[in-house]
Design a protein around this ligand. Structure first.
Ligand SMILES: Cc1cc2nc3c(=O)[nH]c(=O)nc-3n(C[C@H](O)[C@H](O)[C@H](O)COP(=O)(O)O)c2cc1C
Length: 286
């Protein structure tokens, strides 16, 4: 594993050269006490979209699920489930529903992470009790947050086993069709997919730099947006361009990409109708 200061540099690019608030955050590197193997693992994260054909060892899936189940979960309700898809034909159909992303077909395993309020519905019903709270947006959020926390633990577990993963938010492009493909009961929603496989060393992924800490970290109260933020983002545009150059990717400013992504409903890949889709799946979102 690469040492922490190299990983830190990779994570922020050369953000240390920036000024003001940014410089202060860049200076706050982890003390020796914080230099744990887990922190190194977290800082080394990169999304992997190129996999070898190798099937996964039988122990991988149970280990990932145990890690997922070890995440905190709201009120211990455990309102998530996961579908492990390995059948190539089903994977291909799900890939089609998710903007035809090739890495979904290529990965030996696709995990579909579910916000699952059908289980608490059933549990209450078996006890002869109502489950009216499941009608509310709050419970949908509880289940979605639970699913995300579980999945991220599974990602870290996979990375610790030398595997690579890619979240698939595009699994929300056509939620009703995904639900039909997976046979989901009412009040179950596929929050995202996750491809898992052995990274292809011939097509390696790199650590993608993030915004300087001072942009995302506020102390005590939310700092009012100021020139320092604009400057730090301008600096980040350069850092991302350098990253793209190093990866032979098309160069585009992050601020432009981020702005285009929120420009209008057209940039949501069909997810602008998500409220209607989620209601159709049995969540009232009151
Ligand atoms: C919820 C979520 C959904 C995502 N959906 C997709 C996706 O559909 N396709 C894809 O190629 N990458 C997807 N990604 C990966 C992001 O593009 C990636 O995490 C981001 O560019 C940062 O890169 P890194 O993970 O390598 O640091 C998704 C990530 C998250 C967290």
């Amino acid at each position: 594993m690469t040492d922490l200061s190299t990983l830190w540099h990779d994570r922020y690019g050369d953000g240390a050269a920036a000024s003001g608030e940014v410089a202060r955050a860049a200076a706050s590197r982890p003390a020796a006490a914080a230099a744990t193997a887990l922190l190194e693992r977290l800082l080394a994260h990169r999304t992997v979209r190129a996999y070898l054909d190798d099937p996964l060892d039988a122990g991988v899936l149970p280990a990932m699920v145990a890690a997922a189940q070890s995440a905190a979960t709201s009120s211990n309700l455990q309102t998530w489930s996961v579908v492990a898809v390995q059948d190539p034909a089903r994977k291909a159909r799900l890939a089609q529903l998710a903007n035809a992303q090739a890495h979904i077909r290529e990965a030996p395993l696709l995990l579909v992470w579910l916000a699952d309020l059908s289980r608490p519905d059933r549990t209450a019903r078996r006890r002869g009790l109502p489950s009216e709270a499941n009608r509310y947006l709050e419970m949908f959020l509880v289940a979605t947050i639970d699913a995300a926390l579980a999945a991220q633990n599974a990602v870290i577990a996979a990375e610790s086993m030398g595997l690579g993963t890619c979240y698939i938010g595009a699994m929300r492009n056509r939620p009703e069709e995904v639900a039909a493909e997976l046979g989901l009961p009412p009040r179950v929603f596929a929050v995202f997919g996750l491809t898992v496989g052995r990274p292809d060393p011939a097509r390696p992924a790199a650590v993608k730099p993030r915004l300087a800490q001072a942009v995302v970290l506020h102390h005590e109260t939310y700092r009012s947006p100021d020139d320092a933020e604009a400057q730090a983002i301008g600096r980040y545009d350069e850092i991302i361009r350098r990253f793209q150059r190093s990866q032979s990717m098309k160069e585009v400013d992050w601020s432009r990409q981020a702005s285009e992504r929120v420009a209008g409903p057209g940039s949501l890949s069909g997810r602008d109708r998500l409220v209607a889709a989620i209601r159709a799946l049995g969540f009232e979102l009151e």
